[in-house]
Design a protein around this ligand. Structure first.
Ligand code: PRP
Length: 222
């Protein structure tokens, strides 16, 4: 069945999702054909073309049709607001988008946490603004590109909006999760024109991925 998925260009995220995506696609009979994250950013394998991009850029490659489909976290999708079609939840890369801050602020209302103008540091300014606006709050949102946990530790911000996976980064910086904004997993997304022009190939890929997800991966402990 997976042969029908030939001819697709698939945008794959570099970084923490890469190995999980590689494993899932191999189980689905659609291997990436590389053992680990390559330096080469475009390659072909078994009639499919793969692009390796930063997760935050995947919706852009898909939106412009450079890739027919892509794999991207729901956090990135919520922030990007790009017009791509979300096909289905791959269930991998689970984490959550949260509001967090210093331990001693826990239990206070957001107004109490930032008595002057509340400052929120984040890689997700759109998500943060929408979340706080839904609470009637319009904080000063400070856009950063990484190591977000540093901001409340050194007094740049009162709060952060960021993803939490194990919680280790928060703990090791004396921070605590105050509230979950949204659970996050990786999604398969498609370009809207590709959905029409390559509907059979995309349906075949989706079916193979769904079949792979319905079977538990072999237990490495035996
Ligand atoms: C992410 C996120 C947190 C961390 C959470 O950062 O922004 O900093 O992972 O993971 P944990 O709950 O398992 O500790 P990432 O590693 O993507 O790098 P970044 O700091 O450049 O955003």
């Amino acid at each position: 069945m997976v042969d029908a998925a030939r001819g697709l260009t698939i945008a794959v995220p570099k970084g923490r999702l890469f190995s999980e995506v590689g494993e899932l696609f191999a189980r689905a009979g659609c291997p990436l054909g590389v053992a680990e994250e390559p330096r080469r950013l475009v390659w072909e394998h078994e009639g499919r073309r793969f692009l390796l991009a930063k997760p935050v850029d995947i919706p852009v490659y898909v939106r412009y049709g450079v890739a027919d489909v892509g794999i991207v976290g729901k956090d990135v999708l919520l922030e990007a607001g790009e017009d791509v079609y979300e096909l289905f939840d791959l269930g991998i890369g689970a984490c959550r988008l949260v509001v967090a801050g210093r331990k001693e602020g826990r239990g206070r209302t957001y107004r109490e946490v930032g008595p002057q103008a509340l400052r929120v540091a984040t890689k997700y300014p759109r998500v943060a603004r929408e979340f706080f606006a839904s609470r009637g709050l319009y904080p000063d949102v400070i856009a950063l590109s990484g190591s977000i946990e540093l901001a409340p530790v050194v007094g740049l911000a009162d709060l952060i909006v960021d993803i939490v996976a194990t919680g280790r980064t928060l703990r090791e910086n004396g921070l605590e999760e105050y509230e979950t904004i949204a659970p996050v997993t990786a999604r398969l997304v498609a370009n809207r024109a590709s959905l029409r022009l390559k509907d059979e190939a995309i349906a075949a890929l989706t079916a193979c991925l769904e079949a792979a997800l319905s079977v538990r991966p072999p237990d490495p402990e035996g």
